[in-house]
Ligand binder design. Structure first.
Ligand code: ATP
Length: 235
């Protein structure tokens, strides 16, 4: 279980996240929704060890994550695909994937994991020697997700994977995410496309100005016009 309790994040005097609590169970897919600036990226970055919270707890299976540097968080099986992707542009697809397989937990299975990823994203297999900065936005997002998967995570944190992508490319990406989910990985997803998020995730949290404004099962939210309206931000 990945658990956040009473998380508070400040940037100087600005309170970005204010006493947030949430959980993601093993194998569960959860969406974190909310307007721009609601504190979603800050929350994911705090889990990944990239942002130091002012207060609160973050734990994985009861063990503290908060005091760990980012590479130790990855070693424990929590991988972030950051907004803006964080791939190495001049390097090839294969080289980017190799960099992702650095954690000890990933090394023994590196070849098998890469084969699984290439069957998930056949386009990456075709372009394995191509420099990533010559690829389309959708392909680069696939590389970013693939690189995170190479670390053999139990929890995948995705920060706006569809940002800047055409609708048809986004659909393709979400089809791949559904396959990743089916393989038993837990996913915590930030995504501006609420309908796609609710279709993929079993539960969703709604953040407003750094605070939890709502939470529920995706099916219940989709079935209740009032809840749908609130989660779609058309209040
Ligand atoms: P978006 O979808 O726009 O990324 P978000 O919900 O992910 O929004 P955050 O990126 O977590 O929100 O930002 C929360 C608030 O904290 C915003 O007001 C943002 O401007 C501010 N903020 C984020 N990062 C920093 C930073 N490094 N320095 C100062 N302020 C920051």
């Amino acid at each position: 279980m990945l658990e956040i309790r009473d998380l508070t994040i400040r940037y100087g005097r600005h309170l970005a996240v204010d006493g947030l609590s949430l959980q993601v169970a093993p194998g569960e897919t959860v969406a974190l929704l909310g307007a721009n600036g609601a504190g979603k990226s800050s929350t994911l970055n705090a889990i990944a060890g990239r942002v130091r919270p002012a207060a609160g707890q973050i734990s994985l299976s009861g063990g503290d994550l908060l005091s760990l540097p980012p590479h130790h968080v990855v070693d424990l099986g929590v991988a972030l695909v950051p907004e803006g992707r964080g791939v190495f542009g001049p390097l090839s697809v294969e080289e980017n994937l190799r960099l992702g397989a650095n954690p000890l937990r990933a090394r023994a299975r590196e070849a098998a994991t890469r084969d699984e990823i290439f069957s998930l994203f056949p386009r990456l297999a075709e372009r394995r020697r191509q420099a990533v900065n010559t690829m389309s936005g959708g392909e680069q997002q696939m590389v970013a997700i693939a690189r995170a998967l190479m670390s053999a995570p139990d929890y995948l944190l995705l920060d706006e994977p569809s940002l800047g992508l055409a609708p048809v490319v986004t659909e393709e990406l979400f089809a791949a995410l559904a396959q990743i989910k089916a393989r038993g990985l837990a996913i915590l997803l930030i995504e501006q496309n609420v309908r796609l998020s609710l279709a993929l995730a079993s539960r969703a949290y709604l953040l407003t100005s750094g605070r939890m404004a709502g939470a529920g099962d995706s099916a219940a939210i989709a079935a209740d016009p009032k809840l749908t309206e609130i989660f779609l931000g058309r209040r």
